[in-house]
Design a protein around this ligand. Structure first.
Ligand SMILES: C[S@@+](CC[C@H](N)C(=O)[O-])C[C@H]1O[C@@H](n2cnc3c(N)ncnc32)[C@H](O)[C@@H]1O
Length: 437
């Protein structure tokens, strides 16, 4: 599989004219494998060091284990963060200065694909600057047919003031399935169901008269028949009842159309039909689909909940650490929503650009809320933090120390929470940190 994936990476890189570093495996005889870190042993496993090495090593030993991947890579806007955000190439013939960032992302996305289950879903935060280039990579790696959505995520009310003509207040979440087996489970349906009967609360938003193609009486003559209704109770019957009115599937222009079901089905399921006072027949849309699980619906492509604003994430970090020790955190609620709409309660969630570890926090919070058993795999670099940075002043020497501290804080609140940190480079970085301090 290693060879095949490496060939795939080389082929893709060649076809796009990208110069890609991809065989990152550091030790072919290493004991690094998921057998040493079984998925169900810890709530969270943090892999410290370059994610390319970890993704490759994990995929080599244990492919197709991840249900939901969420990443928030460096947006490459040239900002001065504690991590590198400035991968710019010189005049690539197709991609201009963006080729370098694409070369960085390409092998990581290919290895992430190996880690995803066939039914898995990958979601990526990105802004305007690399969106087009990321979309192109994703179409090539995951396939255009597996594109699910490009969600617009509102980041603030007023936007950033740094551009000349616009105050941008949104970014994107690209969503792809790994294969045609992938699908979202959808968002919780919190819309109103104002009516109720003995089967539960419902609303009437679906006509029982067929609309559109093949909706004429002549298309399905056996689906044109009278129904009897009582406008006061809303009840409907296929058989005549004294005092009830009769209605046919005729539209407002007098055109004879047809019902959705034939008379036999309608007789069996007439409890599902509802008549307005004027005799418009609807199929009841119930709030619950039966069972204990709340009803879900298709996700919408604009997410503007104020709990997804960047300010919220900054406050979360400041509250947790006492100061703003990480520049680009995501809000917990935002990642909770992503994980919730993409995967079941026992999903394995991967974030290989973990940053301050919001994804682990979101997984923990979701599990506490719905008694789920999700597991989280995180990857984060062990790049040294410069001396003058707020995080360094609090004693954090490497970027990964921030997420480790966050996991520790979660454990302090919930002693049943378990995590482990796996680093390939401990010795190497001890030396480097000493050298820079
Ligand atoms: C935009 S931040 C992620 C923020 C995160 N979503 C949060 O809520 O805190 C991107 C992170 O990816 C990390 N990163 C960048 N390149 C990496 C690499 N090659 N391996 C591991 N981590 C990397 C950076 O150190 C940074 O912390």
């Amino acid at each position: 599989m290693s060879i095949l994936t490496n060939i795939k990476i080389s082929k893709l890189a060649n076809s796009l004219g990208l110069d890609v570093e991809h065989d990152a495996s550091i030790d072919k005889d290493s004991t690094y494998c998921m057998n040493n870190f079984p998925l169900d042993q810890y709530d969270t496993q943090l892999f410290i060091g370059d994610n390319l090495v970890h993704l490759q090593e994990l995929a080599l030993h244990s492919s197709q284990v991840v249900d939901v991947c969420y990443i928030d890579p460096p947006y490459n806007t040239g900002s001065k963060f504690i991590y590198q955000d400035n991968r710019k190439s010189n005049n690539h013939p197709l991609f201009g200065s963006h080729a370098s960032w694409m070369s960085f992302m390409l092998p990581r996305l290919c290895w992430a694909k190996e880690l995803l289950k066939k039914s898995g879903v990958i979601t990526i935060s990105i802004d305007d600057y690399e969106l087009a280039y990321l979309k192109l990579l994703m179409d090539r790696i995951f396939g255009e047919d597996n594109f699910i959505a490009c969600v617009i995520v509102c980041r603030s009310k007023n936007g950033k003031g740094s551009k000349k003509n616009v105050a941008t207040n949104h970014e994107y979440l690209l969503v792809y399935g790994n294969t045609s087996d992938s699908s979202l489970i959808g968002e919780l349906d919190d819309s109103a169901y104002p009516k109720s009967d003995e089967y539960g609360s419902f609303r009437t938003d679906g006509l029982f008269r067929k609309k559109g193609d093949a909706s004429l009486r002549t298309d399905r003559p056996n689906m044109y028949y009278p129904l009897y209704f009582d406008g006061n109770s809303g009840k409907v019957s296929v058989d005549p009842i004294d005092g009830w009115e009769v209605v046919y599937p005729t539209d407002s222009k007098g055109m004879e159309r047809r019902w959705l079901w034939g008379p036999e089905t309608a007789r069996k399921r007439q409890w599902q039909l509802f008549a307005s006072k004027k005799g418009v027949i609807y199929v009841k849309n119930y709030a619950s689909q039966g069972g204990d699980e709340p009803k879900r619906r298709k996700i919408r492509t604009i997410w503007s909940d104020t709990s997804f604003y960047t300010e919220r994430a900054t406050n979360e970090i400041t509250e947790m650490f006492g100061s703003k020790i990480f520049d680009t955190p995501k809000p917990i609620d935002f990642i909770k929503k992503i994980i919730d709409v993409c995967g079941e309660k026992d999903a394995v969630v991967l974030d290989f650009f973990a940053g301050s570890g919001t994804t682990a926090h979101a997984v923990h919070s979701l599990n506490r809320g719905d008694s789920g058993n999700r597991k989280c795999l995180l990857m984060e670099n062990d790049t040294p933090i410069p001396n003058n940075h707020a995080a360094r002043e609090l004693g954090y020497k490497k970027i990964s120390d921030i997420v480790t501290a966050r996991l520790n804080k979660i454990q302090k609140i919930d002693q049943s929470y378990s995590y482990t940190c796996i680093s390939l480079y401990d010795a190497y970085f001890e030396e480097k940190i000493e050298a820079t301090s």
